[in-house]
Design a protein around this ligand. Structure first.
Ligand code: HEC
Length: 437
């Protein structure tokens, strides 16, 4: 049912002028490919965007977020954190306690996996060849990619470590459930920078070595280099996402309950409060120009806002309206494999299951098993798929998502993605068999 709702929302515009509607539907498809809330965003120096979510996938977007370059499903569980690395590389981390390093054109397997955390990782930060991870095992870790040595394990927080950043001096700073902000200079004892007495969820670095911390009480606290504290009252619900503009002048704070607040850091003035669909917001990130703010939230979309005016920009997704977080657990259409339906969420933004659903970013999948590759009328296939030399069945579709479309059909337009887990793959095949009949 949910998949069908998504499809409907993406397809309604097709009743308008076909060419324009097709473009619109594709733009929407490209903005809504996550199968669950968008939990993390990262922006590289060239503007390329990465998004990740509860649907266990990571999507790499071209600069400006126009097209999905690759969809990666590798983590066993939600992907909670991302960090942009030099050279277009990206680090992802999640519920499975692992950090994975990906090249700018990822294949099915990461370049490297950093293991050691015994609980979900919820935040990542990168600086030069260093990656820092914060986890619910009560530790943060600092991995030196150049050295290949075991990580530095930062122990001292009472309970979950929720946030990590590299401070202006390169020193790692963490924030945690215990309400403290701690600095961890290498070779020296850690220092407690602040103690707020209530959980701190997220951190951002500001000019002059100041730090912003987002609290469970809806307050953003700015701790200056000399230890002074200023408070910005964003609301009463927990702050879950913070991002500073590249020049540090504007701070964006997303709260679990409501909108995103944009603050003028120097004066503490509230510039804008973004209102609209997509709430609750789980992630915020500024583009390198500082004008565009990306938000990711419960509606599975990545939304773009003009940070100067606070207005939404570009296509804002389908007419689904309100937050869909609650729908995450809704049962799929009866008779369909529920596990497979969940896996198919990663496909549903680009593929309809029925001919009425029509062609979206990808062709509809009706009658898939027994169908020749590249054979849906009216869909413009890549040259490789148009060749039609594969017949889709359980084995060939399994192969497509085991080795990946880039291996099986080099030159395809379908973004690189695999379904690495054998049970997920079997469930997806069961679902496809039922739902494309
Ligand atoms: C971001 C968009 C996108 C996502 C997500 C996506 N696909 Fe595709 N898919 C495409 C495109 C585009 C094509 C056509 C490729 C071409 O012409 O080279 C395609 C082609 C296919 C084909 C071949 C169809 C034919 O008619 O020959 C199959 C099968 C397929 N996809 C299945 C899936 C499944 C299953 C998933 C989820 C695990 C998925 N796709 C996720 C965009 C996507």
């Amino acid at each position: 049912m949910r998949a069908i709702l998504i499809l409907l929302s993406l397809l309604l515009p097709l009743r308008q002028a076909p060419a324009q509607a097709q473009a619109q539907a594709q733009a929407q498809a490209q903005e809504a490919v996550h199968g669950g809330p968008v939990r993390a965003l990262a922006v590289a120096a060239d503007g390329a965007l990465a998004s990740a979510g509860f649907d266990q996938s990571m999507i790499l977007w071209d600069a400006a977020g126009g097209r999905a370059r690759a969809v990666v499903r590798w983590h066993a569980g939600a992907v909670n954190a991302l960090a942009a690395l030099p050279g277009g590389m990206v680090a992802s981390a999640g519920e499975d306690g692992r950090v994975a390093l990906w090249p700018s054109r990822p294949g099915a397997q990461p370049l490297r996996v950093l293991e050691g955390h015994g609980a979900p990782i919820v935040a990542l930060a990168a600086s030069g060849a260093l990656i820092a991870s914060a986890a619910w095992d009560g530790t943060a870790r600092v991995w030196d990619l150049a050295g290949g040595l075991p990580p530095r394990v930062l122990e001292g927080h009472q309970g979950n470590v929720n946030a990590v950043v590299f401070g202006a001096d390169g020193v790692v700073v963490t924030a945690g459930f215990d309400g403290t902000l701690r600095a961890w200079p290498e070779g020296e004892p850690p220092r407690t920078l602040a103690e707020f007495g209530l959980p701190q969820n997220t951190l951002a670095l500001l000019p002059g070595g100041a730090l912003a911390a987002g609290g469970a009480d809806g307050v953003v606290r700015i701790v200056s280099a000399d230890g002074g504290v200023r408070e910005l009252q964003a609301g009463t619900r927990p702050i879950v996402a913070l991002a500073a503009s590249p020049d540090g002048a504007v701070l964006a704070a997303g709260s679990i309950g409501g909108s995103v607040a944009l603050w003028d850091v120097a004066t503490g003035r509230l510039r804008h409060r973004l209102e609209g669909p997509g709430l609750p917001v789980w992630s915020v990130a500024f583009a390198p120009d500082g004008r565009t703010l990306w938000t990711g939230g419960a509606d599975r979309r990545v939304r773009r806002w003009d940070a100067a005016t606070g207005r939404p920009m570009g296509p804002l997704g389908g007419p689904l309206g309100g937050p869909l977080g609650g729908e995450m657990e809704a049962a799929p259409a009866s008779g369909f494999d529920p596990h497979g339906a969940r896996v198919f969420r990663a496909c549903s933004a680009c593929h309809a299951l029925t001919p009425e659903g029509g062609n979206m970013a990808g062709p509809h999948l009706h009658g898939l098993f027994g169908r020749r590759m590249g054979s849906v009328a009216g869909y413009e296939y890549s040259e490789r798929l148009a060749r039609g030399d594969i017949t889709w069945n359980r084995e060939t579709v399994a192969d497509l998502f085991t080795r990946g479309p880039d291996e099986v059909t080099p030159g395809t337009k379908m973004p690189v993605q695999t379904v690495g887990n054998a049970e997920d793959l079997a469930a997806l095949l069961r679902f496809l068999e039922q739902a494309t009949r």
